[in-house]
Design a protein around this ligand. Sequence first.
Ligand SMILES: CC(C)(COP(=O)(O)OP(=O)(O)OC[C@H]1O[C@@H](n2cnc3c(N)ncnc32)[C@H](O)[C@@H]1OP(=O)(O)O)[C@@H](O)C(=O)NCCC(=O)NCCS
Length: 175
Amino acid sequence: MLEGKNVNLRIVEKEDFPLVTEWLNNLDFFGEYNPLMQMSRADLQKMRENFDPDEKWFFIEKKDCSKIGNIGHRPVGRAQEIGYAVLPSERRKGYCSEAVKIMVDYLFLSKDIARVQAHTDVRNEGSQKVLGKAGFKKEGVVRKGAFFWGEWRDGCLYSILREEWKEPKILTRAK
Ligand SMILES: CC(C)(COP(=O)(O)OP(=O)(O)OC[C@H]1O[C@@H](n2cnc3c(N)ncnc32)[C@H](O)[C@@H]1OP(=O)(O)O)[C@@H](O)C(=O)NCCC(=O)NCCS
């Protein structure tokens, strides 16, 4: 488990698939800035089996152990890319910003990488604020980079370099 101040990140286990499937199939969870999809537990299992061994997903948990969202990382070339979502009822409380900071600390502390990156819809103001608060910089716009909800969408590519991160911000203890 990766410990932060208000949230912890706990790796998703196979036993958690029913909850993860429930969230994936809830259109409000990923919202209009992510792919529209529905998935059975078997689909999820198959998708996970085909993951790169270095792709990992974590629950964002509050200190009372309630699960309020997820955050994951996967290798893209020599970099790592992150993605995340928080349950609608727990948004705008600072939880995702903290989860991203924990994840960035973890990735730079555990992997010999030069950058962590994230893609987000140009209209996804909340996600871009989260990235800015965690020290990411906007690199540019990826025109028609994704097909979401019946239309091609422009996305923004954000990144933080190791030299910009400098040192751990939140992750002080892991167990
Ligand atoms: C984007 C998302 C993860 C943000 O999570 P969150 O826990 O609400 O984020 P935070 O509380 O850390 O918010 C960080 C800042 O963004 C602001 N913010 C959050 N959602 C916002 C929104 N929809 N519009 C404008 N600002 C928003 C917060 O007020 C906060 O600003 P502040 O520090 O000035 O007060 C959440 O809205 C979500 O799960 N959306 C659906 C899935 C998604 O889009 N994932 C990202 C894909 S790239």
